[in-house]
Every structure is written in C-alpha cells, then in structure tokens.
Design a protein around this ligand. Structure first.
Ligand SMILES: Cc1ncc(COP(=O)(O)O)c(C=O)c1O
Length: 543
C-alpha cells in the first residue's frame, strides 16, 4: 500500500480533455411527435458494408460456461438516494459577481487584441478572416476561448509531461488510484512480472482472430462473477469500450437518453450509433421522467413510429461532480417505461459499495436490473482497458459486432494479469482481507477528507461517500494559483475549469485513495487550509 507518492506531477488530465470535447455535445435533438412503445430486440448488422459479418464466431462463445458462483447477493438493507447526504452549495453572490467580472475582463481584452491584430497584423491573423472566398477555418468561440482565455488561465496546470530533469516527491491527489493497486510492488506487480517473464508482451492479433488467450477468458469469467452478470467481455481501452459498444446496440430508429454530464466516450459512441439522442439534467429524476413521457408518447420524429428501442445511459459515479447516480429511482422508472439501462461504472467499480461491487452494491440493487454494465480498469484496478457485462446473448452479440473487439489489439497479457490479480484481491479470492481493508480505507478517507474540508469553510461538492472530492475555486485566476501553491507544499492536485465545468464553478478535484494514510490526509488538509486562506477560498456560508 506504500507508494502514495508520485515523482512528477505535470500530467495532462485526459479526462478534462474528454469532458471538454463533450461540451459540444448532443442534446440538440428535435422534439419527437407520436405514441410509441419501445421494442426489445438488439440490432444485427444490416449491410454488406458492415464488416462484422465476415468475422468468425469468437472462441469464447464455444467455451463459455454459465457462472456457477456469482459473488453478488442482494444486501439485507437497501439504500435510497434520498437517504444519502448530497452537497451542492451555491456560491455567495459576491463570489459569483467577481468571477463573472474576471471573465468579462478577459473576454473584452481578448476581443480587443483580436480586432487590433486583424487590423495591424493581417498576415498573422489571416486564419481568422475570410480568405479569397474561404471561410475562416478556426474562428468560433472555441478558438477564441482557447487563444484568449484558456492559455492565460491555465498557468501551469493541465500540461503534458515535461521532463525537467528534477525529481520532486509529492502526495498524489490527482490520480484515480482509488484502491491503491497502481503499485510497483506487491501481489499485482509480482504476478505481472511473472506473466511477463513467461509470455513476454505479445499482442498477436485482434481478439476475434487469434488474439484471445486463456488470460482473457479467465478475466472475463471473473468480471462477470464480480459484477453479477451472466457474461462479460474485455476491451483494451476504456474509451473504446463505450464508443464501440453503443453503436453495436442501437442505431437509426432507436433513442438514447443520456445524462448531461456523461463522459465524452458515451457522447462519441452515441453520435456514432446514428440513434436519436436526448439529454436530461444531471441526475435529475423529474427531468428524466418528463423526458421519457414525452419521447414515448411522441415516438420518432416525422413518422411518429414507435422507437425501436430506448437506451438510458448513466454513469455510476460522476467524477467532475462527485455525484452518485440515483440508481434505485432509475430502476423504478425502467420497470414503468420499459427502457434498457446502460451504466458506466468507470469510477464506481471497486470504489463504491461494501464489496467494491460498484453502484449496485452501494445501493443494494440487484444487477439484474441493469442491462449493460460497463466499467474501466484504469481507475480502481491500476491498469487499462474496459469491460462490458450483461446477459450471455448480449455479450455474444457484441463479440461479433463490437469493433473494438473485432479490429483492435487485444488487452496485453500483463495488463490482463494486473486486472485479474487486483480483482481477485478485491473479491477476497486471494485468501486475504487486503481487498476489504482497501475498500474500507477508501470509504473512510473519502468521508473524512470531504467532511474536514467543509468544516474549514470550503465549498465542496459531492455525494456522501464519493472518493472524488471537488473543491470549488470559482475565480479563473485561482485555478492555476491553487495548483501552484499546493505543489509548492508537496501536494499534487488536478484543477479543472470551463468548458469542462460551468464557467463559474471551476474546481480542484481531490481523488482519494486507499493508499493515503490518515497522516497524509492531515498533512494535505493543513496545506489546503493554508492555501485556502491565502486565496480567500473559504467562502461557504454553512460553516
Ligand atoms: C465515465 C468514464 N467512462 C469512460 C472513460 C474512459 O476510460 P479510459 O480512460 O480507461 O479510456 C472514463 C475515463 O476517465 C470515464 O470517466
């Protein structure tokens, strides 16, 4: 559990980038107009252009055996979302006004510089003007924001690695190493070393051809047992798990209903699918219900025919807000409206629930109510890649229709081993209580850290038990300042601003880990408090 320290912190936050892309999101769907009841079959390939026809059935389909020992069992007491403590404190008016004023000044100066630049340096600004009848290629608000605001605000945060030759040790609150398995020593590292020595780093061909190894099959069985579904498949990249699975499930004539805060990989997959997309307000069950009523009663646009199927996509834990999805309520609606439910557990698997089983485990909801369970191995498992778990028929369908499975390189054997060993530890199948202790430690750390920050007077978002703790910074100048001041004190933290967040609610996201000791947390809290005083961040009125 030791390496809680990182050697260098100037890392680009990929998630921030992905969320940034997501800004230009779906959600612009037209209102539909007819009565419809969703039908329930999955799509099959439709044209000869769809190369998935040519793929031979995967070996897994033949070797699959029903899981005998599903680990998940409904806990005796189930939780409701309303029983949890939720925090979304509004900022005091003066903070909002000063934040808007800051952006206003930046925008005014930005436009002024652009106008003067176009006038006095037409050559340098030619890409922003009409050019021989060509429209400017990059002159929209995005471009303006990046050139005139973002590069000024970002200071020293959000850079790619820059090797300076110096080595600094920092306490890491910027990675999703929730359970502390991203280690260079211990059971996982030993197992990975062993398997590397035995099999090297081969990546022979896609899974559907000659790329499937026993390690992949073992991991898939373990995943299906762990999440409590009939079958599972693993993919070598988390992002691609979403973006290639969604188009294999829905297409034209289908409807995707997506939470507005869903990850860019979901947004991308939804766009690729060709299905209609509608968005509901983040974790807002009234809005979801209203939208469901509308889309089912109206049907497809123009024709008013019933939707072929409706797929609601949510995340288990939203890493920008620290919110946990209101799963019990969605499951209730699912029974009422008959839609399919797809839950992305990238951040919740391993990190939520008494057994680390994710959001179903957290609420005591039977995983049978979730049709498609997706998760990634980049967070709690300290590895890479993702999984899709569901009924065997669905996974069989995906094995011949999911392009990341058919065409992409398979997960390398050592990454597979890292996931396998860490998942075994979480399940307690290694014969120790290491996994359970990590899960408990993460839960305690998360509650303690968020609670202490609130006591200090910071505005902190996030639901009860979230291992991501967003601390609000508001003012654009405070984004780099907060990161820089903490780095001086040996704390590495990830800061986030517009467009990944709304313009006034830029924030620092503290990612807790089971590897953090109480002493680490207390040291960090002391440093954060000092920086909070320095930057006037303790603006909560609830203290
Ligand atoms: C909710 C969600 N889904 C999918 C992904 C993509 O996973 P990966 O980074 O492993 O490609 C992420 C990444 O952070 C995520 O937060």
């Amino acid at each position: 559990m030791k390496p809680r320290v990182i050697r260098h912190v100037e890392a680009l936050d990929m998630e921030l980038y992905e969320r940034t892309i997501q800004l230009f999101d779906m959600g612009k769907g037209k209102r539909a107009h007819t009565i419809s009841i969703p039908s329930i079959h999955l799509t099959t390939p439709k044209s000869s252009g769809d190369h998935s026809f040519s793929v031979a059935p995967s070996v897994d389909a033949q070797t699959w055996t029903p899981p005998t020992n599903n680990r998940w069992a409904p806990p005796r007491k189930t939780k409701r979302y309303d029983d949890l403590e939720h925090k979304l404190e509004a900022a005091p008016l003066y903070v909002l006004v000063s934040t808007y004023m800051n952006y206003l000044v930046l925008i005014l100066f930005g436009h002024l510089r652009d106008i003067l630049g176009k006038f006095f340096k037409p050559q340098a600004y030619s890409h922003l003007r009409m050019n021989n009848g060509y429209a400017p290629l990059v002159s929209d608000f995005d471009s303006f924001y990046t050139r005139r605001l973002y590069v000024r605000i970002r200071g020293d945060f959000n850079r790619t690695f820059r090797l300076t030759g110096k080595v600094t040790e920092n306490l890491n609150f910027a990675s999703y190493n929730y359970l502390g398995f991203a280690q260079s020593q211990g059971q996982c590292a030993d197992a990975v070393e062993q398997v590397t020595r035995a099999s090297g780093l081969p990546s022979p061909s896609p899974r559907a051809q000659a790329g499937t190894t026993q390690a992949h099959l073992d991991l898939e069985r373990l995943v299906s047992r762990f999440v409590g579904k009939e079958d599972a498949m693993v993919v070598s990249m988390g992002f691609a798990t979403n973006s290639s699975t969604i188009p294999a499930l829905v297409s034209k004539g289908c409807l995707i209903i997506s939470d507005e805060m869903n990850h860019a990989s979901i947004v991308f997959g939804a766009r690729l699918s060709g299905a209609a997309v509608r968005v509901f307000k983040h974790n807002n069950m009234d809005d979801l219900r209203e939208l469901l009523r509308e889309v089912i009663s109206q049907g497809q646009p123009r024709t008013h025919r019933p939707w072929k199927k409706i797929l609601v996509i949510v995340e288990g834990l939203y890493s920008m807000e620290g919110t946990v999805v209101n799963l019990p309520e969605i499951v209730k609606m699912k029974k009422e409206f008959k839609f399919y439910l797809y839950v992305d557990e990238a951040h919740s698997i391993g990190a939520l629930g008494e057994n680390g089983g994710g959001v179903c485990d957290f609420y005591g909801v039977d995983p049978a109510h979730v049709d498609i369970m997706m998760g990634t191995f980049t967070k709690s498992f300290g590895a890479a890649g993702g999984y899709i778990a569901g009924d065997k028929a669905v996974i069989d369908h995906l094995r011949v229709n999911n392009h990341a499975y058919i065409y992409a390189e398979p997960m390398s054997v050592l990454v597979t081993q890292q996931v396998y060993t860490s998942m075994k530890i979480i399940c307690g199948e290694d014969g120790s209580d290491d996994g359970r202790r990590r899960i408990q430690r993460l839960a305690e750390n998360s509650l303690y850290f968020a609670c202490r920050l609130r006591e200090m007077g910071f505005i902190v978002y996030g639901d009860h038990g979230s291992p991501v703790v967003p601390l609000l910074l508001f003012n654009p100048a405070k984004i780099p300042a907060f990161s820089r001041e903490l780095l001086k004190r040996g704390i590495a933290v990830c800061v986030v601003g517009y467009p990944a967040t709304p313009i006034v609610t830029s924030r620092a996201r503290f990612c807790l880990s089971a590897s953090h000791t109480k002493e680490d947390l207390d040291n960090a809290l002391e440093a954060i408090s000092e920086v909070g005083d320095l930057l006037l961040l303790k603006v909560s009125e609830k203290k």
